[in-house]
Design a protein around this ligand. Structure first.
Ligand SMILES: [Zn+2]
Length: 283
């Protein structure tokens, strides 16, 4: 009897040890990621939203699965490695506009935070979220999303890039907003559940104007979806293929032009891969 109890106890002890080591391994790995993101990318990483600091009307939960989180962070870290040099610094800079009273600060300098949740926006069913406040920009993502994390990250990052461009690209009937909207088929309205012009659902290449169903919900989602799609293209031939859809090609040009206009860091050899391909195509 005593033998059996001893054996049982040693099995339990072994299991505890294995789980303990595993837990420690992922906690250490997570801590290293926090350090890497802070030092290499000047971005704050958090497992959980501090609700006092940022008020969000979403239903959120803490991340409990550190292993899952670490796997996703590995991919996000690669995404950051590929960002053009100086882009993060520029995103954080304040924006000034000239008014009658002098220079007015439109967007204060911001900290960028990347936050993970187990569940996110269950009320809205969104896997990701971008929020802006005074002194901070935040990208939140669900570790349980079925989407590829790079796709999710770049979609939200696209919103972040547009924040600085907001005054030109997201205000109805202003500059890029109007040009972009005019590319859409005449019969189309955002958020009307009209998927007739979504890629893969439309026979005629000439009519395709949206990369996904979600892109038809709002103009800013249209931009973010296209940006994310471009950022996750692996090969030039896939980009060239995309450019054979005239309306999509037009939107890619506007997206590129608005980014170049707003951010100084984009140069011939310091930009996103798809911008390089676009430059090659237009030569
Ligand atoms: Zn979005």
């Amino acid at each position: 009897m005593i033998k059996i109890i001893k054996k049982f106890a040693s099995i339990i002890l072994c299991l505890l040890l294995i789980f303990g080591i595993r837990w420690l391994f992922y906690e250490v790995r997570y801590a290293l990621y926090v350090k890497e993101f802070k030092e290499d990318y000047q971005v704050h990483l958090e497992k959980k939203q501090s609700k006092q600091k940022i008020k969000i009307n979403y239903d959120l939960e803490d991340v409990t699965n550190t292993k899952k989180l670490c796997d996703k962070l590995g991919d996000i870290s690669k995404c950051f490695d590929e960002l053009p040099e100086g882009l993060i610094e520029e995103i954080k800079e304040p924006i000034y506009v000239e008014t009658e009273e002098g220079m007015e600060q439109l967007v204060p300098p911001g900290e960028i935070q990347i936050i993970f949740y187990d569940a996110i926006g269950r009320k809205t069913k969104a896997d990701g979220i971008t929020e802006f406040g005074i002194g901070w920009d935040m990208i939140g993502m669900s570790v349980n999303s079925n989407q590829r994390i790079e796709k999710l990250f770049y979609h939200e990052f696209g919103h972040l890039l547009d924040k600085r461009n907001k005054w030109k690209v997201l205000i109805p009937n202003s500059g890029y907003y109007k040009e972009w909207k005019d590319v859409n088929p005449e019969a189309f309205k955002y958020n009307s559940e009209n998927y007739d012009y979504v890629m893969g659902k439309c026979e005629s290449k000439e009519s395709v104007a949206f990369i996904s169903e979600y892109a038809t919900t709002r103009l800013e989602e249209d931009r973010a979806e296209l940006f994310s799609y471009l950022m996750t293209l692996e090969e030039r031939k896939d980009f060239d293929q995309l450019m054979t859809y005239p309306k999509i090609a037009e939107k890619i040009k506007y997206l590129n032009a608005s980014l170049i206009e707003e951010y100084d860091c984009f140069e011939e050899d310091n930009c996103f891969q798809w911008q390089i391909w676009l430059g090659m195509n237009s030569k």
